[in-house]
Unconditional design. Sequence first.
Length: 330
Amino acid sequence: HMAISGFSIAVVIPCYRVTTQIVDVIAQMPPSIDHIICIDDGCPDGSGTHIEENISDPRVAVIRHKTNQGVGAAMVTGFSEALKTDAAIVVKIDGDGQMNPALVPRFVRPIIDCEADVTKGNRFFRSNYLHDMPRVRILGNAILSFMTKLSSGYWNVFDPNNGYIAIIAIHVDILRIMPLNLLSPRYFFESDFLFRLYLERAVVLDIPMKAVYGDEVSGLSVRKAILPFLVGNMRNVIKRILYRYFLHDFNIATVQIILGTLLMSFGGIYGLAEWHSGELADKPATAGTVMLAGLPIILGFQLLLSALNFDIASIPDRVVHKLTPRDQDT
């Protein structure tokens, strides 16, 4: 088989309750894929054994977790294994058949052409792609997507919880410098991964794709996921602001964040205190008191909006890790 443009490619497939789809998924892998790494994440159906018994493809390697650790932990294991190969690019595909392996070259090409450090699928790019998607998934993904935009800083990326990611994985690449052990082990993995990519200032590119929904059973309940995702994203928002605007750099957005937060805090606390004391004394607040409370809140809100606008305009747009001829197969 021939690698795409001479670059070796590894595919990582986290496997959990996918025995009915995984054989077809692997069978559809293009010949341009050099390594197929399947992670049996403590699967009660024995996905790893099922693959070994039904697949004779020499490119396939099965790694087992004794207990279920989550999709993030499975991907960290897969990434670590891919780093031991000659792969220049690593692609993550789920084993449930929702993603067409024939799309891999489309995701890899922008990285080879140095147009992006990372590519990911976007099921919302074209309206006709949404017809087969369950309505609850559309609503849930829209909410989770906005939360992830805020926490990751990738305002240009939608559908961040898709799970279809291709990454440079050789030489001084993203995977080698990323602290894989710090990634969230379960469903928050995709959002957390984008947050880590932002800290490396990696360029992320959306690729339109259509997901296929069949008889697979999703392990992610949107209702159950909202609260953990909210907590995780809020934590990453704070960490990203601290890293980006205080530790790594100090710019106009930093000043706006500081002043905006102070003004809104003062206005809010002062206004609540005056309202409380006025209620106890049964005296209405004067116009001056209202202005002294309201004006800082309005100014602070405007400053925070300006900082948000600066953040949206400073999305990483310069490719950090370029594949060079010496990274190619010899």
